[in-house]
Write a protein that binds this ligand. Structure first.
Ligand code: FES
Length: 369
């Protein structure tokens, strides 16, 4: 039973070590048993506050000092280095502080916290709502990854075929949405996962911190709204477009939830692909996309992509544009790809989610150590 008043609890003094040694670093993360401490030497004074951030547990002692404030290394929340109070305006977002005493030439800490942790209520991000398919007909999101100058748009062969596929879906009674990554303002992934798997959050850390970032539209379509995702990309130097990869890196947070929490955000949804390029490497491009979208949890219809390439020696791109525009075969191929995707989606929509049987799926089949 926790003591009702931390300040009245029995002291548990513990020797942290020689003062001279502990003064060497302005900020350090220490562990005493299961207690994590962020110890500071700032302005000629020691300070000890919890080493676990209120947000999602970032190791505060591994962060940085901004004046008298410890800055969390994960998403930059700040706490006063001696009081544990949140930064000005957010004082009530506080973490425990610990009493310190210098005895002889050693620094001692009372592991019974002098203050308690307190959290301000935070409105959950809209994307954090439960993943429950809303009733209604099949919904299809097309994602065009083509890069172009919006002031002077050009003809995109992959987007043209994607639009043909979406038109077919609309004619079949589905709701459709076209998302052009080139129209969205969104930041590159800034590597929260590279700090710690737990620093990569759902919803994406950037999405939660930056309300101007527009990748929430893609997250909403993939996780919540759509039953079918169709992704179109040109081939650029044997790979998908740079915007495709910019989006893919930001989708790490979706896959990471399966890895660290067994939380499957995407299931019973279909993905398919349209790939066009003046030159080649269709299989390489699609192979990457199939692997990646498979890791996210998507399922694929039989023959999950269509592609068009005029071959290694083709540099006459004007003719390529004309060929795609005039090709009834390619347009029909895009429509048939959509039809295969819709058929699978219709079968899946009424299927009971299979979370339990796929929770450790994919390349992370083993438990993390
Ligand atoms: S700001 Fe500390 S864990 Fe996110």
């Amino acid at each position: 039973m926790p003591h009702p008043d931390a300040s009245m609890a029995e002291p548990q003094w513990h020797d942290l070590g020689p003062v001279a040694e502990l003064r060497q670093r302005q900020l350090q993360q220490l562990s005493v048993g299961r207690t994590r401490i962020a110890l500071t030497w700032q302005g000629g004074q020691f300070g000890a506050i919890s080493g676990a951030c209120n947000h999602v547990g970032g190791p505060l002692g591994d962060g940085t000092l901004d004046g008298e404030y410890v800055v969390c290394p994960w998403h930059h929340w700040k706490y006063h280095c001696r009081t544990g109070l949140g930064e000005p305006g957010y004082e009530a977002e506080s973490i425990p502080r610990y009493d310190l005493e210098i005895r002889g030439d050693h620094l001692w800490i009372n592991l019974e916290a002098a203050t308690k942790r307190s959290r301000l209520p935070h409105e959950p991000h809209p994307l954090a709502r439960p993943v429950v398919r809303a009733p209604g007909g099949i919904r299809v999101a097309g994602i065009s990854t083509t890069v172009m100058d919006p002031a002077y748009p050009r003809f995109s062969t992959s987007e043209w075929l994607l639009q043909a596929a979406l038109d077919h879906a609309t004619a079949s009674g589905a709701e459709t949405r076209m998302l052009r990554l080139g129209d969205l303002t969104f930041r590159h992934c800034e590597g929260y996962y590279s700090k710690s798997a737990h620093a990569c959050t759902w919803p994406c850390s950037i999405t939660q911190m930056d309300s101007t970032d527009q990748l929430d539209q893609v997250y909403d379509a993939l996780v919540h709204w759509a039953d079918v995702i169709m992704v179109a990309t040109p081939i650029r130097w044997g790979a998908a477009s740079s915007l495709y990869f910019k989006m893919a890196e930001r989708l790490n947070c979706v896959q990471n939830q399966t890895t660290i929490r067994n939380k499957v955000l995407i299931q019973n949804k279909v993905a398919s692909f349209i790939v066009t390029g003046g030159q080649d490497n269709v299989q390489g491009v699609v192979g990457q996309m199939l692997t990646f979208f498979g890791e996210l949890g998507f399922l694929f219809p039989q023959f999950p992509f269509i592609a068009h390439s005029r071959g290694w020696s083709a540099e006459d791109m004007e003719n390529n544009v004309r060929a795609v525009r005039q090709s009834a075969d390619l347009k029909e191929g895009a429509e048939q790809l959509m039809e295969r995707s819709l058929c699978l989606a219709r079968d899946l929509v009424d299927t009971t989610p299979t979370t339990a049987s796929i929770a450790r799926g994919g390349r992370k089949a083993h438990h993390l150590s």
